[in-house]
Unconditional design. Structure first.
Length: 135
């Protein structure tokens, strides 16, 4: 990340300490910065938005460190998989994976019991096992 993006991430982490909502939209991220785990180590997040970046992979520690998130917005990135650890986010009710590179729903989605709203449009998903969806 360039200096401007680093400052933007730090500022948005500071804001998240106040409102419990981490918004890293349009930060030119190619990955989830490790710095957020340090900067927000004592913060219980309610939502996380990583939209409109260049992220290819979500680290499993996102689910482990921020397990109380109820909304996770990953739209408009370059994702094609999600880590199994997302099932540990027991309060997650809203997940947006639209506008990515998914060819199928990630298997972890079928195991997310609290999920109520899934947005997955504008991917290349050709088949969904509706019977496996719990809601």
């Amino acid at each position: 990340m360039a200096g401007k993006e680093v400052a933007k991430v730090i500022n948005r982490c500071d804001q998240a300490k106040e409102d419990k909502r981490l918004n890293l939209t349009r930060c030119d991220l190619t990955q989830v910065p490790d710095a957020i785990f340090l900067l927000l180590r004592n913060t219980v997040l309610e939502s996380c938005t990583l939209s409109q970046n260049l992220i290819r992979r979500i680290p499993s520690k996102l689910a482990v460190k921020f397990s109380s998130i109820s909304e996770l917005h990953l739209n408009n990135n370059h994702l094609s998989t999600l880590p199994d650890e997302l099932k540990q986010m027991e309060e997650l009710t809203t997940l947006d994976i639209s506008h990515n590179h998914f060819t199928a729903l990630p298997p972890v989605i079928y195991r997310m019991d609290s999920l109520k709203m899934l947005s997955a449009e504008s991917n290349t998903i050709t088949e969904v096992n509706v019977q496996r969806l719990k809601h």
